[in-house]
Write a protein that binds this ligand. Structure first.
Ligand SMILES: Cc1cc2nc3c(=O)[nH]c(=O)nc-3n(C[C@H](O)[C@H](O)[C@H](O)COP(=O)(O)OP(=O)(O)OC[C@H]3O[C@@H](n4cnc5c(N)ncnc54)[C@H](O)[C@@H]3O)c2cc1C
Length: 436
């Protein structure tokens, strides 16, 4: 029997999971190719939800997808493991030993053969080597980190509530370094948590006892987005009593404070790093593949790596050129979603000996969600190329639709409709905040 062409996708995130789902449904099901997904975790949660998991406004369990169950349904194979290296001559990826929570080796280092390899391992926070950041900051790169943040936040509220009861000083200072979309949205989620927690029994702590600051090195928040959005977001944060500090690079993080470049200090008992991203460092040592300073694999417009025609990369871990621009495609969920679509076509073409499809990023705009309070954003007109400012319920609808599109790609329209209905019922039956 002829050996099936083996497509291996590494990373089942916003882009990778959509890609293996379509490949499995189209090629795996009909035995036209063997499709495998390798991921370092057992379950998938869409990354743009992590700040909601951290604040407790979203229960991750209800939004988690188990790769094994999903693989069975969509005709691909799943391998649990972290890719650590590459052997291009033999067409093998190297998967690091898998260890349990106690550090005991469960599976030794192994190799997986591929005919076509797709790397979609995402990105992690970039602390730019700021002293103290690794030791004292919390990060939001994974579900594990988001859950850890949530537990620490609940304990901090509990401690401050007790101190208030004892008549002691009890202000909780929370700082978010980086006022991109993640930092701004997280600030609003935390403000909501600080308002709702007293309702659930922490009667001595008031929302005003929780001081939330967003610190940005650039001269305005949301520096990558249009000025009008930035002004609207600043107004909204101030309305929610979030302190906004701009033009303030952080030069050191300590366990109880931040030191700014100009020497001023800001008390901070919980510090979250949300300024900038970089691709995982192992990519920079991947058997001669070309990377940039942020460890991103450099790809052509077809998402093919520049040094190997059998290896593709997309999403946050890839630097893909855009026509008529000197900047690569931005690291965003909507870009990963669109690239998964294009790469699906390319990989189907590849089996038929046809040309790869060039990727053209279609920026639909940017939306910033301030928890349950409001949403602001700009939508791009497809034909005019001009942006339209929106806010409130309409903006919220577009914001939510990005996640629903991801769910449609993974489950189809019918099941996404059922999930939407179940979400509504769950919201009506459970407390607004996850309390454990
Ligand atoms: C809190 C937060 C909010 C965000 N909000 C938005 C938003 O509103 N809109 C928007 O467009 N974007 C948003 N983003 C950015 C968006 O999440 C990313 O651009 C998107 O997830 C990138 O998709 P990806 O498939 O490249 O990587 P990811 O979704 O990060 O997936 C990477 C996958 O690779 C796996 N992996 C990593 N290393 C390895 C390895 N060595 N071996 C095997 N598997 C590995 C990981 O487990 C993960 O499953 C947000 C990001 C964060 C952190």
């Amino acid at each position: 029997m002829e050996k099936l062409h083996h497509i291996v996708v590494v990373g089942g995130g916003a882009g990778g999971l959509e890609l293996v789902t379509s490949l499995g449904d189209k090629l795996g099901r009909k035995q036209k190719a063997r499709i495998s997904l390798v991921d370092a975790g057992l379950t998938h949660v869409w990354k743009p939800l992590l700040h909601e998991v951290a604040s407790g406004s979203l229960d991750a369990n209800a939004n988690e997808i188990n790769y094994r169950a999903h693989a069975r349904k969509h005709h691909y194979e799943f391998q649990l493991g972290r890719m650590s290296g590459l052997d291009r001559a033999n067409k093998h990826i190297i998967i690091a030993p898998f260890r349990d929570e106690d550090g005991q080796e469960v599976v030794p280092e192994r190799r997986l053969q591929y005919d076509t390899l797709v790397i979609a391992v995402g990105s992690t926070a970039n602390d730019f080597g700021t002293p103290g950041a690794q030791e004292h900051c919390l990060f939001l790169d994974s579900l594990k980190q988001a859950r850890r943040f949530h537990n620490l936040m609940l304990n901090a509220f509990l401690r401050k509530n007790h101190e208030a009861l004892q008549g002691q000083p009890h202000t909780l200072n929370i700082s978010i370094i980086g006022a991109g979309a993640t930092g701004v949205e997280l600030a609003a989620e935390l403000r909501l948590a600080s308002r709702e927690l007293p309702i659930y029994g922490m009667n001595h702590l008031k929302s005003s006892d929780v001081s939330i600051s967003v610190i940005e090195a650039a001269d305005r928040i949301l520096p990558a987005l249009p000025g009008r959005l930035s002004s609207a977001a600043t107004r909204e944060l101030e309305r929610q009593k979030v302190q906004v500090l701009t033009g303030q690079p952080v030069s050191e993080v300590r366990n109880d404070r931040l030191i700014m470049k100009d020497g001023t200090e800001l008390p901070s008992e919980m510090t979250i790093w949300a300024a900038g991203i970089k691709a995982p460092p192992f990519l920079a040592e991947l058997d001669g593949l070309e990377t940039n300073r942020g460890n991103q694999l450099i790809v052509e417009q077809t998402l093919r790596t520049t040094k190997d025609p059998d290896i593709f990369a997309f999403g946050d871990c890839a630097a893909c050129p855009q026509p008529d621009s000197d900047r690569p495609v931005p690291p965003r969920a909507q870009a990963a979603h669109q690239q998964a679509d294009t790469l699906f076509k390319t990989l189907c073409h590849r089996l038929e000996g046809k040309e790869a499809v060039p990727f053209v990023y279609n920026d639909h705009g940017s939306l910033i969600n301030f928890s349950k309070y409001t949403t602001v954003g700009n939508l791009m007109g497809n034909l005019s190329g001009r942006s339209m400012y929106i806010e409130g319920k309409v903006a919220r609808l577009f914001y939510v639709s990005l996640y629903r599109m991801h769910q449609v790609a993974l489950h189809g329209f019918l099941r996404t409709g059922v999930i939407w209905l179940m979400d509504k019922i769950s919201r009506a039956m459970h407390p607004r905040l996850k309390l454990h």
